[in-house]
Write a protein that binds this ligand. Structure first.
Ligand code: COA
Ligand code: MG
Length: 299
């Protein structure tokens, strides 16, 4: 989807994969996994990477298939985050390419070639296991400055890609800084632009993902993210989930405005006008597209 056909042409980034909240759940901890489907997240991300210490990686992988089956039976949408070191990644893919997984989340992605190589491994596993080829999608996390000049190539690397996010903690650490707005704004916007240009769902917000105590602050961060163009975000704690679900859905007053725009467009069309006025402001094609995109969220 390009900016010019936003709202007119459903793409990867719409429909099934329009997640507002994606909750990371450490895959080796039953106390988190067992009730994860009750936390209200649009998607659960069973994490094999940073939330799992090295000593528990094997245990996390061996419990994965059972967790996926149980969570799917409860109606959850399940993703799996893998490691990026080759040895762990290989074992992770072996455990993660199973029936019921919607997408694999790739951390610390730095090149399009890396994505293509992983997508090929996924295809081989799908074929061996009789799974529909290409159905398990990819979500990319950008976590290093090395990736920044390559974002457009990364976003269009493979048809499995559906979403792209900046990992705020890892990115900040990799540039020697703290996850503060001044540092995170530029890379987040770069990810937003590349994701939109490549037809992917942009995920993220300008702040630390670790913020789950100061919830009013987290809400402000999520609200700003939607206004900037982000479609949803990862979370690490259930308290963040409801906030993301609320803030990444358009508020009632915006939906009402969008309905007025669409109604006014119909009247304007019969008068052969491309530009017209709604609520004292000029409306033309990009504004109409924004209104239609908002209405596509309307339940
Ligand atoms: N997924 C599912 N359930 C979670 C959860 C998560 N990520 N984080 C907390 N919970 C559950 C707890 O088990 C607890 O459940 P209960 O009320 O039924 O007992 C409830 O939510 C409240 O948890 P709380 O006590 O406030 O948090 P905690 O101190 O147990 O854990 C963290 C705090 C940050 C350690 C924990 O949220 C966590 O590990 N998050 C994931 C971190 C991660 O994935 N990092 C890598 C990606 S960046
Ligand atoms: Mg990390």
């Amino acid at each position: 989807m390009t900016a010019s056909d936003m709202g007119e042409n459903p793409s990867n980034a719409s429909g099934k994969h329009r997640w507002r909240s994606l909750l990371f759940v450490p895959a080796h901890l039953p106390k988190f996994v067992d009730k994860a489907h009750t936390r209200g997240a649009d998607a659960l991300v069973l994490d094999l990477e940073d939330a799992v210490p090295w000593v528990s990686k094997a245990e996390a992988r061996s419990s994965l298939a059972g967790s996926i089956t149980r969570l799917r039976q409860q109606g959850a949408s399940v993703l799996v985050r893998v490691n990026n070191g080759l040895r762990a990644l290989s074992a992770d893919l072996d455990a993660a390419i199973v029936d019921g997984v919607e997408a694999v989340v790739l951390p610390k992605v730095e090149s399009a070639e890396w994505i293509v190589a992983i997508a090929e491994e996924m295809l081989m596993l799908e074929q061996e296991r009789g799974l529909p080829p290409g159905e398990i999608r990819l979500v990319v996390q950008i976590e290093t400055p090395t990736a920044l000049p390559r974002l457009h190539a990364i976003a269009s690397a493979h048809s499995r890609l559906v979403a792209m996010a900046l990992g705020p903690e890892d990115f900040s650490a990799s540039v020697g800084g703290q996850p503060m707005p001044d540092l995170l704004l530029a890379p987040n916007l770069a990810v937003l632009f590349a994701a939109r240009a490549g037809g992917l769902l942009p995920l993220g917000f300008i702040g630390s993902i670790g913020e789950f105590a100061d919830l009013p602050r987290f809400r402000d961060t999520a609200r700003q993210a939607r206004e900037l163009g982000f479609a949803g975000a990862f979370a690490i704690h259930p308290a963040q989930v409801a906030i993301l679900n609320e803030e990444f859905a358009p508020p009632a007053h915006e939906l009402e405005w969008a309905r007025r725009v669409v109604a006014a467009e119909e009247a304007a069309r019969s008068e052969q006008l491309g530009a017209f006025t709604v609520d004292g402001k000029m409306v033309d094609r990009p504004v109409i597209l924004r209104a239609r995109a908002l209405l596509s969220f309307d339940p």
